[in-house]
Design a protein around this ligand. Structure first.
Ligand SMILES: NC(=O)c1ccc[n+]([C@@H]2O[C@H](COP(=O)([O-])OP(=O)(O)OC[C@H]3O[C@@H](n4cnc5c(N)ncnc54)[C@H](OP(=O)(O)O)[C@@H]3O)[C@@H](O)[C@H]2O)c1
Length: 319
């Protein structure tokens, strides 16, 4: 088959011929891949620094995708083998059937953003109708989906932070109520979070960027008297670490968590595949959940790897 193959960590995959994957037993089936989104996860898995980088090379890259089973059913699945190839092995009992009217590129683009927003809201933060949600680093693809899903789940107020003023304002059309720039000086940013929290106490923080902005948000909660804040991080685009003051954690009720493959139980992954994704695919097919995509062909994978898709999810189309 044709596939995007990585020969060496910290390099770019190439479009070459690679042996077809063969199911090892009846728990594995072949998906004929039609489209696969190119996400941060796919890229970091090729990096030596990443805790879960590829350990056996050469390898077909790509973590999930949409395609067709041997009986003609269109599905989304995470790949046991790489999904940026014409065929990928998937688990025989872990896939989501696509609605009839959904576009392959849209269906390929959505799941990672849903994993990074609906799961932290529903499972990690146990979101309730009426919760106030702050989304830190909301201008990215996952943040935009998070705004829409928080609204859909009944958030009473959605506060978004980010560095791109135009994208921040655009988030208001998706359901955000207040937009705060992280490019202000530290004290101004911290005070704005503090004031909002005093008038409408924040219940949930969804964090995609960590680093300094997350540190300032955490510090804004010092000496706060109120219900528990569920602070969930999914990414670290602004910095991998930040110092957390013991005083902040002792003076406010903050539950700090992460959400990612390693921290989700098989039961939660099953909920994601069997309940949350079908619901979100149905919303997207009805035009009620949007994600902007840009498509490229598999043969251009080396170029696609370093394309800046400017706020759109890059989707690789596979013939
Ligand atoms: N754990 C999970 O389940 C899960 C699922 C999905 C995504 N994620 C993670 O969440 C993060 C965001 O994903 P995404 O899909 O939204 O990616 P994306 O579309 O590439 O967006 C990246 C976001 O990070 C911001 N950003 C980048 N560098 C920054 C910096 N130095 N300082 C401040 N902000 C910065 C961008 O701001 P601009 O708009 O200003 O460029 C944008 O808001 C990634 O780390 C991704 O791996 C995790």
């Amino acid at each position: 088959m044709k596939a995007a193959v990585l020969n060496k960590l910290d390099s770019v995959p190439f479009y070459i011929d690679f042996p077809d994957p063969v199911p090892q037993d009846e728990t594995q089936i072949v998906m004929n891949v039609k489209a696969a989104a190119l996400k941060n996860l796919d890229k970091v898995k090729t990096k030596e620094f990443y805790y879960a980088h590829y350990s056996s090379l050469p390898v077909v890259v790509g973590t999930d995708g949409v395609g067709t089973l041997s009986d003609g059913t269109n599905v989304y699945a995470m790949g046991i083998t790489g999904t940026l190839g014409q065929k990928s092995l998937i688990s025989a009992n872990r896939y989501t059937v696509l609605p009839a009217n959904i576009d392959f590129a849209l269906a390929a683009a959505l799941p990672n953003a849903v994993l990074g927003s609906a799961i932290p809201l529903k499972d990690r933060a146990e979101m309730k109708q009426g919760d106030v949600v702050l989304i830190n680093g909301a201008t990215g693809i996952t943040g935009k989906v998070a705004v829409q899903i928080a609204k859909y789940y009944g958030a009473s107020k959605i506060i978004v932070t980010g560095r791109n003023q135009e994208s921040l304002q655009a988030l208001k059309t998706l359901g955000a109520d207040v937009a705060i720039s992280i490019l202000q000086d530290d004290e101004t940013f911290l005070q704005q979070i503090k004031e909002i929290d005093q008038t409408t106490p924040i219940d949930i923080v969804l964090d995609y960027i960590w680093g300094k902005p997350a540190e300032l948000i955490m510090n804004a909660f010092q000496n706060r008297h109120g219900d528990k804040i569920r602070f969930v991080t999914m990414g670290d685009m602004a910095g991998r670490t930040f110092p957390i003051s013991s005083g902040v954690l002792r003076s406010a009720d903050i539950l700090l968590m992460g959400s990612g493959f390693g921290s989700l139980t098989p039961e939660v992954m099953s909920l994601y595949i069997n309940k949350i994704l079908p619901e979100m695919f149905a919303l997207a097919a009805a035009g009620k959940l949007t994600i902007e995509t840009e498509s490229m062909n598999l043969k251009d994978i080396s170029t696609a790897w370093s394309v800046d898709s400017k706020g759109k999810r890059l989707v690789v189309i596979i013939d």
